[in-house]
Write a protein that binds this ligand. Structure first.
Ligand SMILES: [Zn+2]
Length: 446
């Protein structure tokens, strides 16, 4: 029999499988798949061995809503509410990207997220040059759904981002043709009509048609901020989620970021249709959008994932921050310390995120036959001692700095805290140079 490619031995394995098994033992990987999870896996040799004694091994984080194209804009748009944040800073900056700055931005975001233990993302790009984002994802080793932003209407949308409906659709279809299924299926395409205020009805109907019956996704924003909702209602005479549904953007292949403003009747409707929502707690706080009622969404049966959103509205792309914030905010939102217990919060960040993206047969838990996407996390920091429940330790005490090794698709992309696929020093110097240039081109240099 062929020797396995990787053995991770002696860990506390938090599987998050249906039985929620937590076991002491070993993982074995052959190719891109897990072939052993549990005790007694360390007797046979393997090509490569990682000693994980004193560590937790858990599924890699799924961040179901991020913007790699905005990583360069970290710190360039602080302390503004959503609509001015978009119109005065983010859109001019996105419109000023060239392929070089976009590549630097994507690499920065990917490096940060991989080092913190994110193994899968759903990414929304800017309008132009999106091949550069896919190229960066391909080289980084991250698993991703990604797609260019689509914007064909909107009064404050700058000329640099506005495109015709036809061109927006053609470019999206071209990118899908080139990248969907690339890297052995690690890369996938998600159509990204940005939000209802920047997309025509025809654009959204055609996206719904393109996604139907395929394994691509539709990825948009909805029910984020009260002012945004009011603008949609004034324009269309109904709320954004109802309008999206009328245009065909609903159901399990539609993933909508935020849901802060969802009312209970809408949650029921969304749950019945199977539309996915992504909770972005830090971004909702920083843009003063509010606190999504994740408990109510879950109780109504809505599938909810977690995401950091973009660097300029967070300013971290750290899954641990989102995990902890989601758990803590739910308690305040509901005046109930048990509103989102640690284990359930961790599920949102892993298996439920995978479900939100329709990838739950492949990732999100540690089980034999699934993809080898997992992280080795140190569990002996003073900030984690002396003990307690493993879920509580992970959610409330552990930080991104405790992530030691990251494996995606069977490949070790972070080893002993160092990125193996991208050069971190170059990522930093490119980000500084290109960040300054893009701010100058946008007329926002300080
Ligand atoms: Zn977003």
């Amino acid at each position: 029999m062929n020797e396995d490619d990787l053995l991770v031995r002696g860990a506390t394995i938090v599987t998050l499988d249906d039985a929620r098994r937590v076991v002491k033992g070993d993982l074995r990987v052959r190719g891109d798949r897990l072939v052993h999870v549990g005790p007694g896996g360390s007797r046979r040799p393997a090509k490569r061995v990682i000693d994980a004694k004193g560590c937790v091994v858990m599924p890699g984080f799924v961040q179901a809503h991020v913007h790699l194209c905005q990583a360069l804009f970290r710190g360039m748009a602080d302390d503004l509410p959503l609509l001015p944040w978009l119109a005065e800073r983010i859109w001019p900056l996105e419109g000023a990207h060239d392929a070089r700055s976009l590549r630097a931005s994507a690499r920065l975001g990917l490096a940060e997220m991989l080092l913190a233990g994110t193994t899968t993302i759903l990414d929304m790009g800017t309008v132009q040059h999106h091949d550069a984002v896919f190229e960066a994802i391909a080289e980084s080793g991250m698993r991703a759904y990604s797609g260019k932003a689509m914007m064909d209407v909107g009064e404050k949308v700058p000329r640099s981002l506005r495109e015709s409906t036809k061109r927006s659709l053609e470019e999206s279809h071209r990118l899908r043709e080139r990248w969907h299924g690339a890297e052995g299926g690690r890369l996938r395409y998600a159509y990204a009509p940005r939000f209802i205020l920047s997309c025509s009805e025809r654009l959204m109907r055609e996206v719904a048609e393109a996604v139907a019956g395929s394994d691509t996704l539709a990825h948009s924003h909805a029910a984020e901020h009260a002012a945004e909702r009011a603008a949609v209602k004034a324009m269309l005479g109904r709320d954004d989620v109802a309008a999206l549904e009328a245009f065909g953007l609903a159901g399990p292949r539609t993933v909508l970021a935020h849901g802060v403003q969802l009312k209970p009747a809408e949650m029921k409707r969304v749950a019945r249709l199977g539309t996915r929502f992504v909770h972005c707690p830090s971004a909702n706080l920083k843009l003063a959008s509010g606190i999504a009622d994740v408990r109510a969404m879950r109780d109504h049966g809505v599938v909810v994932g977690l995401g950091a959103d973009g660097a300029p509205c967070n300013n971290r792309m750290d899954p641990w921050t989102e995990l902890r914030s989601a758990a803590l905010l739910a308690k305040v939102r509901r005046d109930d310390a048990a509103a989102l217990p640690a284990q359930e919060a961790l599920e949102l960040a892993t298996r439920e995120g995978a479900r939100a993206l329709g990838l739950d047969a492949e990732i999100g838990t540690l089980e034999v036959g699934k993809k080898a996407d997992f992280i080795v996390v140190r569990d002996d920091g003073l900030h984690q001692e002396p003990g307690g429940d493993v879920y509580g330790r992970l959610v409330y005490a552990t930080t991104a700095a405790d992530v030691r090794d990251v494996i995606v698709d069977g490949r070790c992309v972070v080893e002993s805290g160092a990125l193996r696929t991208l050069d971190a020093a170059k990522v930093r110097s490119d980000a500084r140079r290109e960040g300054a240039k893009v701010a100058t081109r946008a007329g926002l240099a300080r």
